[in-house]
Design a protein around this ligand. Structure first.
Ligand code: FUL
Length: 500
């Protein structure tokens, strides 16, 4: 007999007046009914991000460091026959890189531990083509170890780029190369602490030195590297690390190197048929609407024309304003920004690059210093219930969210600014733990007694930031006109950025 039938039994036996019986039953069942009435969060929709991907999304902006023999030969791709004796940075200082990254507001540094030329910035046990044969620190140096210390000192994450293509290795193109590549990967993933991202480049095969053969070696991108077994090493040794390549598995290339995230940007990909170095650039920007894995985009772009340092580019460093545009076209379009800042022959980030990066930080701080939505009254055309009210989008807590009712695939939310206020930027975030849902949105402001549309778009995802001409508005309405399941929005911010 369960507890409720026990009570019903006792109550009838005692022949209570019926109103007293009803009262007792009500009191017994009240707590249970209240529990049932609690509103459940929405069911997750479609592919979802893993914990490691969620952590990656939050990094948003970090530094790429391209440094190798190319820095000393003035090339972009080394042939593989460069003598380690040319590698001799006079003042190498990873602390300077890390300090600049930190001051610039970046969250980590990814270094080319090995680029296509095959030269290793750490003293690998498995090749002589490394810093150990260079004059730098009389062959006793280890740049990965120095970078680790610097990242720790400044609270930054560290990532590694290990080029699959190796124009120095005599065994490149054979099965032996794979064993060599994986041993190097194991070294990088066991000797240098926590790695947040492993970068697998897509440039593959071609002519090279190859231990003196000086020939053309072509490989089949699809099969040669046996990627699943390499990925398994990363999962085994660094379970928290995300892996980047043209095709994931965790993070995808955005399809260009010019800093352009796509306005429509699904964090979804049908990655099973894809592989690094394949011809997928055109689809990587948007991702796949019907993708079956969560594989968000990363925008990799250089602060200079080249990826490596060339003195002739000293005058061509991107301006702070240009970096700001890159920020809007990457972080503002549901992508992370991996900005390359190549050290010069001294082993230092050049003064021009540093100046621009820090000025960009100042610009960015100013751009987003006047936030208008926090704590303001919000209302919505559909609210799921208690715990998911419209006000959750402006409470400053990324773990709370507004959710419309199930089946409601369009809904509006209004932020009441209280009085006419100048506004020209909007930032929107979906609560991506429940998937990516929004397909179409628009932003309308209430100005001069009527509603006026100022910007519209398609996908949202982790974050979008949109500009619009300055308006004086007392209310701002965000309309989610099409979604794949009820919209679930964790954050909306409104800004009055300087300028018009
Ligand atoms: C490309 C490489 O070939 C470039 O040298 C650079 O490393 C860039 C980030 O990726 O595929």
């Amino acid at each position: 007999m369960n507890i409720s039938t026990f009570f019903i039994d006792k109550l009838s036996k005692a022949a209570f007046p019926s109103f007293l019986r009803s009262l007792c039953l009500f009191l017994v069942f009240l707590p249970a009914t209240a529990m049932l009435a609690q509103v459940k969060p929405p069911e997750p929709f479609g592919p979802l991000p893993s914990e490691r991907q969620l952590a990656w999304h939050q990094l948003e902006y970090y530094m790429f460091v391209h440094f190798t023999v190319n820095t000393f030969t003035d090339k972009e791709w080394g042939y593989g026959d460069e003598s380690p004796s040319i590698f001799n940075p006079s003042q190498l200082d990873c602390m300077q890189w890390a300090k600049v990254a930190k001051d610039a507001g970046m969250k980590g540094i990814i270094i080319t531990a090995k680029h296509h030329d095959g030269f290793c910035l750490w003293p690998s046990e498995y090749t002589e083509h490394s810093v150990k044969k260079s004059p730098w620190k009389q062959g006793k140096g280890d740049m990965l170890a120095e970078l680790r210390k610097a990242c720790d000192a400044y609270g930054l994450k560290m990532g590694v780029y290990l080029s699959p293509w190796d124009r120095n290795s005599s065994v490149y193109g054979t099965a032996d190369y794979l064993a060599y590549y994986r041993k190097q990967l194991r070294e990088l993933l066991t000797k240098y602490g926590d790695i947040f991202e492993v970068w697998f480049d897509g440039a593959n095969g071609g002519d090279g030195y190859y231990g003196g053969a000086r020939e053309l070696r072509k490989i089949d991108n699809k099969t040669y590297y046996d990627w699943p077994n390499t990925h398994a090493i990363v999962r085994e040794l660094q379970p928290g690390a995300v892996m980047f390549s043209d095709a994931g598995p965790d993070i995808r290339w955005v399809g260009n190197e010019s800093g352009m995230g796509s306005l429509t940007n699904w964090c979804l990909l049908k990655k099973d048929d894809m592989y690094p170095g394949g011809d997928f650039a055109k689809i990587l920007g948007e991702g796949h609407y019907d993708g079956n894995y969560w594989v968000p985009a990363e925008v990799d772009v250089s602060i200079r024309r080249g990826w490596f340092y060339h003195q002739k580019e000293d005058a061509g460093v991107r301006s702070p304003e240009n970096l700001m545009e890159l920020y809007y076209s990457s972080v503002g379009r549901n992508s992370n920004l991996l900005l390359n800042v190549p050290p010069d022959r001294r082993g230092l980030l050049h003064e021009n690059d540093v100046k621009s990066l820090l000025a960009f930080k100042e610009l960015r701080d100013k751009e987003f210093s006047i936030e208008l939505a926090r704590g303001k009254k919000c209302s919505a055309t559909s609210v799921r219930g208690k715990g998911f009210e419209a006000s959750r989008v402006s409470d400053g807590d990324g773990e709370t969210f507004w959710a419309a009712k199930d089946g409601q695939t369009s809904a509006e939310i209004i932020i009441d600014l209280g009085r006419e206020t100048e506004v020209n930027r909007v930032l929107i975030q979906e609560y991506i733990k429940f998937g990516q849902r929004v397909e179409e949105y628009s932003v309308t402001v209430f100005t001069g007694g009527s509603w006026k549309k100022v910007v519209d778009g398609t996908t949202v995802g982790y974050k979008v930031i949109r500009k619009f001409p300055l308006e004086r508005a007392s209310k701002v309405k965000i309309t989610f006109s099409k979604a794949r399941a009820c919209p679930v929005i964790s954050n909306i911010e409104l800004f009055r950025a300087p300028g018009s």
